[in-house]
Design a protein around this ligand. Structure first.
Ligand SMILES: [Zn+2]
Length: 203
């Protein structure tokens, strides 16, 4: 059971016991006032018949026992209510602690998201800057290839393989690439992507 559910149950228990306690109070009060009425009648000299007087005195004794029983019950409910209230207070504190913890986690996540967005903005700016340095015709070719090839217009040539389509470049083609000037644009025969030569190109 999670803390929220447990807290809900504890709150219900406190409410139930508080209602039970109010009823116990009212029960005791009712019997007390009955006893008080009897006492007033006797004190006022309203009861002249000795048998009736005896009966009322007898009832008063039984009311005393009843009051004692009801007070015991009332006390027991009060004790249970106090325990339930203490339990509820503990769970309330626990809930508040968890809320604070969750707030911290949300804050940390938001900060991480903001940081990532910032980095993305930085790399976008960097990309635009680099793109400006690329000759116009090469950029036009790159943009066209990128648009047609799922957003990737260029592949690194590594160990004789195209990083765009992951296919090996043929040996003859590879030999031709090895002899082409470094500023010549070379492209993959399979996927047409622009190939970038690196130290690990194998050419
Ligand atoms: Zn390719």
């Amino acid at each position: 059971m999670d803390v929220g559910t447990e807290h809900g149950r504890a709150q219900t228990e406190v409410d139930d016991l508080a209602r039970e306690q109010r009823k116990a109070d009212a029960d005791v009060e009712q019997v007390r006032s009955r006893k008080e009425r009897n006492r007033q009648r006797i004190d006022a000299g309203q009861i002249s018949d000795p048998k009736q007087l005896q009966a009322i005195q007898h009832e008063t004794q039984s009311l005393d026992r009843r009051i004692s029983d009801l007070e015991d019950a009332e006390l027991e409910v009060m004790e249970r209510l106090e325990q339930a209230q203490a339990h509820l207070a503990r769970l309330t504190a626990e809930l508040e602690r968890l809320d604070a913890q969750q707030g911290e986690q949300t804050g940390a996540r938001d900060r991480a998201t903001a940081e990532a967005a910032e980095q993305l903005a930085d790399s976008s700016a960097e990309r635009r800057m680099l793109a400006d340095q690329v000759p116009t015709d090469l950029r036009a070719l790159y943009d066209k290839l990128r648009a047609h090839l799922g957003g990737v217009g260029v592949g690194a040539l590594q160990h004789g393989r195209c990083g765009g389509c992951q296919l090996d470049v043929g040996a003859a083609e590879l030999a031709r690439m090895a002899h082409s000037p470094s500023d010549e644009v070379i492209r993959c025969e399979e996927c047409s992507r622009i190939l970038v030569r690196t130290a690990e190109s194998g050419v």
